[in-house]
Write a protein that binds this ligand. Structure first.
Ligand SMILES: Cc1cc2nc3c(=O)[nH]c(=O)nc-3n(C[C@H](O)[C@H](O)[C@H](O)COP(=O)(O)O)c2cc1C
Length: 219
């Protein structure tokens, strides 16, 4: 698979089969992903991979908390306080496609909440990774982590695997920390569900803004 195909076929998958992800595939991907660039080679990411009973326990614990309407206080802002144009419209495009594919009206809060809750079931995947950063790392190291995670996502494609990056895990960072030996100086940036895409499910592609909206060629 060439890089263009990996980029083209990567999409956030929200329904996985129960086929386990072979450990050697994950080791191959994570070994290769270590070559991702980072400012001054800090490699600021701390990655924890959960599967088997450890992940099942985490899913059960969060399911209880979701049904009790309980969640953790956020450790950082996920979006700006006010999402303005054109970001608001792009977010709406995601909502239309994501919930539209499931026949859910974006205005139906209860239905959306139950679909969102699938985040903490890893959308059926049996493997998830969690990316932590040291709390004192400023914005450039968070960007490094993003570059690293995209490298992982593209390499997963080369193995026939799919993924969904999920900041939703930060809503239950205390439960995640119960399963992960992350020291208190580390903060959970996001999780990523990993597995084989369910062929029986429609996985909508989310349209992007035209190039002219996001790229300016000068000179
Ligand atoms: C940092 C980050 C956090 C994300 N968090 C979530 C999440 O919590 N739940 C989810 O379903 N998708 C999440 N996504 C997926 C985005 O919604 C998705 O990338 C975007 O809508 C574009 O769709 P695509 O990935 O299918 O191309 C996240 C993506 C990124 C990069």
């Amino acid at each position: 698979m060439d890089v263009y195909e990996a980029v083209r076929t990567r999409q956030s998958i929200r329904r996985f089969t129960d086929q386990p992800v072979p450990h050697d595939m994950l080791v191959r991907v994570l070994t290769a992903a270590a070559d991702a660039p980072s400012g001054s080679n800090l490699q600021p990411w701390h990655i924890y991979v959960l599967s088997g009973e450890t992940l099942r326990q985490l899913k059960r614990r969060i399911a209880q908390r979701v049904s009790a309407g309980d969640r953790d206080d956020p450790e950082f802002a996920i979006y700006p306080a006010e999402i303005r144009s054109p970001y608001l419209e792009r977010m709406a495009v995601l909502g239309e496609h994501r919930y539209g594919a499931l026949g859910i009206n974006p205005g139906d809060a209860a239905a959306r909440a139950s679909v969102r809750a699938e985040n903490w079931n890893c959308f059926g995947a049996g493997t998830a990774l969690f990316c932590y950063l040291d709390r004192d790392m400023p914005a450039p190291q968070w960007a490094d982590a993003g570059i690293y995670l995209q490298t992982v996502m593209l390499l997963l494609r080369a193995e026939g695997l799919h993924s969904c990056t999920q900041i939703a895990w930060t809503e239950y960072h205390r439960s995640v920390a119960e399963q992960i030996p992350a020291p208190p100086r580390q903060v959970l940036f996001c999780g990523m569900s990993i597995g084989f895409a369910d062929p029986a499910t429609t996985h909508p592609r989310i349209p992007r803004a035209p190039l002219s909206e996001t790229v300016t060629f000068l000179g």
